[in-house]
Ligand binder design. Structure first.
Ligand code: THU
Length: 163
């Protein structure tokens, strides 16, 4: 028997003002996208914005449905949007923000497990890390410098061993 350990390190920014200017610009795009979320059921609005390698910003927000499982998270809407418009173009980083109509969200809200799995495949394909900045509606912003810090031991296309 043996054991191994995987550790992750995160950077915490006190607020929007502390972010590097380029990141703040993209985070504010995510805030804008958040306000366009379609979240009548959870009342939890999420916005995501990706800075693409060519400098363009691609956004997404959560899209819910009366058939609840049909809804999709902001991060996946954004990254699939990027994949659709700029196939194969590397993503420089991703910003995510969440706000609730029911409470103030002052803690940083990380991407759900399904979104992590999805983003991981884009990170693997582009062969370079995708830093992820996430926050609530205000308060601290946490930065993971790679998706793999949020999802170690990933299931990837290599696991299939047939492509
Ligand atoms: N949601 C996201 O958009 N991203 C996440 O990473 C977690 C959850 C959305 C899905 C749903 O519309 C609402 O937040 C409540 O779960």
């Amino acid at each position: 028997m043996r054991k191994f350990k995987i550790s992750s390190e995160f950077t915490v920014y006190d607020g929007l003002k502390e972010l590097p200017e380029e990141v703040r610009y993209v985070m504010l795009k995510a805030v804008q996208a958040r306000s366009n979320a379609y979240a009548p059921y959870s009342k939890f609005r999420v916005g995501a914005a990706l800075l693409m390698d060519n400098g363009d910003v691609v956004v997404g927000n959560n899209q819910e449905n009366a058939a609840y499982p049909n809804g999709l998270c902001a991060e996946r809407v954004a990254i699939y949007h990027a994949g659709a418009v700029y196939p194969g173009m590397p993503v420089r980083f991703l910003c995510v923000t969440a706000a609730s109509e029911l409470r103030k969200v002052t803690e940083a809200i990380p991407p759900c497990g399904s979104c992590r799995q999805t983003i991981a495949e884009y990170e693997e394909n582009q062969n370079s890390p995708i830093p992820i900045y996430f926050m609530g509606d205000s308060g601290e912003i946490i930065m993971a410098s790679s998706l793999s810090d949020l999802l170690p031991l990933i299931f990837s296309k290599d696991s299939l061993n047939n492509i």
